[in-house]
Ligand binder design. Sequence first.
Ligand code: TRP
Length: 336
Amino acid sequence: MSTERKVVLTCAQPTGNLHIGNYLGAIRNWAELLDDYECYFGIVDMHAITVPYVPAELRRSSLDTLALYVACGLDPERCRLFLQSHVTGHTELAWILGCVTPLGQLERMTQFKDKARRQGERVNAGLLYYPVLMAADILLYNADLVPVGEDQKQHVELCRDIAHKFNNTYSETFRLPDVYVPSTGARIRSLQDPERKMSKSDDNTNGALYLLDEPRVLRKKIMSAVTDSGSEIVAREDKPGVTNLLTIWSAATGRPIAELEEACRGLSGYAPFKELVADAVVSLLEPIQLRYKALAEDKSRLESIIAQGAEAAQKRAWRTLSKVTRKTGFVERPRK
Ligand code: TRP
């Protein structure tokens, strides 16, 4: 029954351009969960303001990210897509959770230490509190599973500690969420530096294939991707560039790498190989781009998706929030 389905929740910041690594490594895998789980996908605009930013750009990229998620297959009829700032409860719960979180634990978080080191004196309190807000994002929906990348695992661990502490201090309230590791999921690397992962924030935009890059741009980037010495087209440790292109091609088409290597036997040089990769990427992204464009032009549809997601998320959020505020000892809110 739908009410017994496990709850999956993940969130992403609305910053930067989504690229093919985000799609093949994450978003596409989330889309496969929609039938088996009750899924919540949040765009965490409140996390985005912990670092310097431009308000108009935040608004724009929040909407763009949401539209792109829908275009990537996060069907709003089968999951709840919402903007974090639209749901009452994230910050309220974060405050309460913060009061059971040891300060030292926040100061020891790797990501905080990295960012604080880089920002020095200017570091704001929001950055320190960031993982508590993230714990609230997860616990507000009582999520069972949280799909995140390697760099966010420590935050989910902290969320479990906080949930445990709350349960112990008051009474059993929260499930302890687990990190969800998808069975498949390609790790895509930079086209310019295949030792590093493809990144949203890379200064060299030629390293990333953005989901909204025009076909001609996608082709150009793939044709100028760094390859390795020699001319063999095989996936091998000493050939990270070729391996990355084969990985992208395989993930884009669903064909095993061995089969693609076989298909490339007899090709002369890397250029015809890269053209095949480009064909596959362009056909993968074309339908996403078309759906995105249609949605971007249909403001009222986008608004109704946002409203519908916020309402569904809020419903679940209220349930948790009222339970938590009662346990915390706050007087029940007067009903209007
Ligand atoms: N911190 C996450 C990131 O930068 C985003 C995030 C915020 C998140 N809240 C979350 C991820 C809750 C999963 C669950 O990627």
